[in-house]
Design a protein around this ligand. Structure first.
Ligand code: NAD
Ligand code: TYD
Length: 350
């Protein structure tokens, strides 16, 4: 039986990865380590709790003593590292949290893995989950490949870029077996409603203004979260040592077009007049340093490891809207507590 550490497993993407690994690999013991910040929520894993090959550990990756002890006690065979501060807007208001968790937390995990695996690195794997945002911003043309030079613009992407560099440095310097993937924007169930899609679904439902940054012309490449989880599964098992894989949806949308699509779908689902929800669109001050366009070339992953997204976007966004409408209680739970304070600070009480 192998013991696999998944960090950040109570977050959005992490919860889908934990569920997938617990269900598909009964021969693995899955240890989910999460600090349960505002973004971590054990309700994301209600159906997983109690399974024989699953264990939850509450803890902070920034605490190096705790991390060393955990690695000594559990003798992990592999690590899938997702724990991070993940929201660009929060990184603008509080960059240091991003340095602590994303950079120092990652280096703590690398040190512990190196220490515990030092005499036997064979068959071990440290898998670092990163973002396409490390590559910076594209103009109207071009696409990010694994060879694109790093050019991060936000404190979030800078902290993820820093962590990626440390992961590669531990591979080059200490021979730690690592693999990295850089993924585009994810959408799907259990995403915290600070990110565009769940925030806007919730606001449309509640007839609240839809705060579109700038002119809404920024472009993102959207991938269904379960397709990200399937890519992570394939890369963890088949990716090459020291390799990087880009993961993307081959699915670019201008924000304003995506928002109008969500409004149209939700008008139908909520029995509203066509065009009713679009009236909620409110153009607000642009995000500082707002990257214009992200687009990922995932052909390496497709050609070498035979991964492809399983869902067309139109089907995925429809399913996602249905999920949020059906899971009101989940939404109410995560928007109670500090959420309103965050929302008021961010959007001026709109
Ligand atoms: P999320 O914010 O939903 O979840 C992050 C999780 O990490 C939470 O459960 C939180 O409690 C935990 N965490 C935060 N700080 C911690 C700490 N110090 N110690 C232990 N746990 C801590 O994030 P997400 O959207 O699921 O993203 C997961 C990973 O995927 C991140 O590394 C992110 O950079 C990367 N990523 C995200 C996207 C996206 O579209 N969301 C795209 C590409 C890559
Ligand atoms: P987000 O979901 O925060 O992801 P990221 O910034 O990591 O790509 O934002 C997606 C896009 O939507 C991005 O261009 C910013 C924009 N956006 C808004 O226009 N209004 C909002 O309230 C939010 C949260 C995002």
């Amino acid at each position: 039986m192998k013991t696999i550490l998944i960090t950040g497993g109570a977050g959005f993407i992490g919860s889908h990865v934990v569920r997938r690994f617990v269900d598909r690999y009964p021969q693995y013991k899955i240890v989910n380590l999460d600090k349960l910040t505002y973004a971590g929520n054990l309700a994301n894993l209600k159906d997983v709790v109690g399974k024989a090959n699953y264990e939850f550990v509450k803890g902070d990756i920034v605490d190096s003593d705790f991390i060393f002890k955990l690695f000594e006690e559990k003798q992990f065979d592999g690590v899938i590292h997702l724990a991070a501060e993940s929201h660009v807007d929060r990184s603008i208001s509080n960059p240091m949290e991003f340095v602590y968790t994303n950079v120092i937390g990652t280096v703590n995990l690398l040190n512990a893995a190196r220490h515990i695996w030092k005499d036997n690195m064979e068959d071990k794997r440290f898998y670092h989950i990163s973002t396409d945002e490390v590559y910076g911003s594209l103009g109207n043309e071009g696409i990010f490949t694994e060879k694109t030079a790093y050019d991060p613009h936000s404190p979030y992407s800078a902290s993820k870029a820093g962590s990626d560099h440390f992961v590669r440095a531990y591979n080059d310097t200490f021979g730690l077996p690592v693999v990295i993937s850089n993924c585009s924007n994810n959408y799907g169930a259990y995403q915290f409603p600070e990110k565009l899609i769940p925030l806007f679904i919730n606001n449309i439902k509640n007839k609240k203004p839809l705060p579109v940054y700038g002119e809404g012309i920024n472009v993102r490449d959207w991938l269904w979260v379960e397709d990200h989880a399937s890519a992570i599964d394939i890369i963890f098992h088949k990716g090459g040592n020291g390799e990087t894989y880009n993961i993307g949806g081959f699915n670019e949308w201008r924000n304003i077009d995506l928002i109008r699509l969500m409004c149209r779908i939700m008008d139908k689902k909520l029995g509203r007049q066509p065009g009713e929800s679009e009236k909620l669109i409110t153009f607000v001050k642009d995000r500082a340093g707002h990257d214009l366009r992200y687009a990922i070339d995932a052909t390496k992953l497709k050609n070498e490891l035979e991964w492809e997204p399983s869902l067309q976007f139109e089907e995925g966004i429809d399913k996602t809207i249905d999920w949020y409408l059906a899971n009101e209680e989940w939404m109410e739970n995560v928007t109670s507590g500090d959420y309103q304070k965050y929302y008021d600070e961010m959007y001026g009480g709109r």
